[in-house]
Design a protein around this ligand. Structure first.
Ligand code: FAD
Length: 487
């Protein structure tokens, strides 16, 4: 008897291992794997330029992996519902399955789509591939969503049994004939002007690339994660974020894989737990996004709704291009432009600089990150920016203003990171690298640095910027207190 057919709708779960929707469908049906490009339905989660580059290569990798199991990936573009309906008609599929997404526009679209399919007699099933815990599974003792990380993660870690990853299906039964697939070029994901050489040098999108990255992280950096994770000059973190965002690897796989070497006398328990708690921040970000969807564009703390942000296009462009005159900030922004990535410590410094030194709205920074990061993720990016701007859940208070020179001295003491991204400062001794404007004329001349010509002078004075930010904060607090008193 021939098996029934099911559509497996890949979205941000571009892998075969630990993919619950795929596993469930493969055990019962002939599976037709599909990807539908429909960015207009994804609202703020529609991929930016760097993410589109990643997606292009990840889809190719997924198709290759499917082919090794006797299957393939069907590509389409347009309305997801209309495409799924058409594909059910064309293939005779009676079931559609996918793994859930949590971005507001996707949640809404998926709910409507599930109802519409079921009304037409098509079975529609969704699964969890992206998170350790569903956002609705955890709540405080008063039944509210968590807004503080520590109790959130404690509650997560108290859940037993911990969800285990599942292997990839060994074989995928293919339908007797395949529906039409559009060529990947027609999705126009790759940039028209080739600026992507740096991305290609830095990354290997796809499930195999993700697995390789994880294994090399476990072999070495994990053992010293706590000490090295703040050092942009050291390869001390896993760099799994784009792979996790696109679902080329899942958090269950990562969470359990880092525990394995412990059994074999590997890294101390504490290192493993701290790394796992970073996955916890990712979980927390998704919990917040799901329960507070407006935070994508609005501050969670309403007191910040009327913050007196500046309007300064020139300053924004200087920040985007890495021309602020503060070396750590500029190195970070150039790393981002060239590789689609930036170290977490540096993300915090550049974000703080934009919001507090330049007084520019965090939403402008989030938008630039969205377009340039290969790991741009609506949950993590929103959390990161609201945290830095002091207006989000469990945020760093606004009055804590990062000093970019001290951050640089502490976390890039020899200037290796700065020199890697700012070749114009490469000959400056480390003692002057963190604040070149204070370097003696002789040192600058020897290093062939002409401030204002070969490297910019600071676009804003640190002391002045600090005072201006604190007074803007106090103005905001007074306005909020006034509004509260009148309410
Ligand atoms: P590791 O240290 O190896 O951590 C492992 C994984 O844990 C990461 O891959 C990531 O999935 C998760 N993680 C780690 N730190 C955080 C965090 N603070 N918040 C949420 N998840 C975390 N991360 C993104 O994935 N996408 C974004 O768009 C994004 N935007 C950010 C914007 C700002 C302003 C800031 C301050 C942080 C942002 N982050 C974002 C979080 C963090 O910088 C990256 O996840 C991290 O740098 C990725 O490097 P890694 O994989 O080597 O991290």
């Amino acid at each position: 008897m021939s098996r029934s057919k099911a559509l497996l709708w890949f979205r941000r779960d571009l892998r075969l291992a630990d993919n619950p929707a795929l596993l469930a469908m493969a055990s019962q049906h002939n599976v037709v794997p599909i990807y539908i490009h429909s960015p207009e339905e994804e609202g703020a989660a529609a991929p930016g330029a760097a993410s589109r580059w990643w997606l292009h290569h990840s889809l190719i990798a997924l198709d290759h992996d499917l082919q090794t199991r006797g299957s393939r990936l069907i590509l389409r573009q347009g309305s997801a519902l209309a495409t799924l309906q058409a594909l059910c008609e064309e293939t005779g599929a009676t079931t559609v399955a996918w793994n859930r997404r949590y971005e507001p526009a996707c949640v809404k679209r998926d709910e409507q789509l599930k109802t519409a399919l079921r009304e037409q007699g098509v079975q529609a099933h969704s699964f969890n591939s992206a998170l350790l815990f569903e956002p609705w599974e955890l709540s405080t003792t008063t039944g509210k969503p968590y807004t503080v990380f520590t109790p959130f993660w404690r509650a997560c870690m108290a859940q037993t049994p911990r969800p285990q990853p599942q292997p990839a299906p060994k074989k995928l039964s293919a339908p007797t004939s395949w529906p039409h697939s559009v060529p990947i070029e027609s999705l126009a994901l790759k940039p028209r002007i080739a600026w992507d050489a740096g991305l290609a040098r830095a990354w290997t999108p796809g499930e195999a690339g993700a697995r390789k990255h994880l294994q090399s992280f476990i072999r070495k950096p994990l053992a010293n994660y706590i000490e090295d994770r703040n050092r942009p000059d050291v390869a001390g973190t896993s760099r799994l974020s784009p792979h996790l965002h696109f679902g080329e690897i899942g958090p269950r796989q990562v969470f359990h894989a880092v525990e394995a070497p412990e059994v074999a006398g590997g890294p101390p328990r504490k290192q493993i737990e701290v790394y796992q708690s970073e996955l916890g921040w990712r979980e927390f970000a998704h919990h917040l996004l799901f329960h507070f969807p407006k935070t994508v564009s609005e501050p969670l703390n309403p007191a910040f709704a009327k913050f007196p942000w500046a309007k300064d296009k020139q300053a924004l462009v200087a920040w985007q291009k890495g021309h602020t005159g503060y070396p750590l900030v500029d190195a970070g922004m150039r790393e981002l432009w060239h590789t689609g990535f930036m170290h977490n410590r540096v993300r915090m410094v550049v974000a703080s600089f934009l919001v507090k030194h330049l007084l520019l709205p965090w939403q402008s920074g989030a938008a630039w990150f969205w377009d340039t990061l290969v790991d741009a993720d609506l949950a993590n990016n929103t959390l990161g920016w609201q945290w830095t701007a002091g207006c989000g859940a469990d945020a760093s208070p606004f009055f804590r203003i990062f000093n970019p020179m001290l951050q640089s001295q502490k976390f890039d003491p020899h200037g290796h990171y700065i020199k890697a991204w700012l070749p114009e400062l490469a000959k400056l001794p480390p003692a002057h690298l963190h604040k070149p404007w204070q370097a003696p004329a002789e040192a600058l001349a020897q290093a062939k640095v002409v401030l204002g010509k070969t490297y910019p002078k600071p676009i804003v004075d640190h002391g002045f910027a600090r005072e201006r930010a604190l007074s803007a904060l106090s103005e905001t607090k007074q306005a909020a207190a006034h509004t509260k008193a009148r309410a």
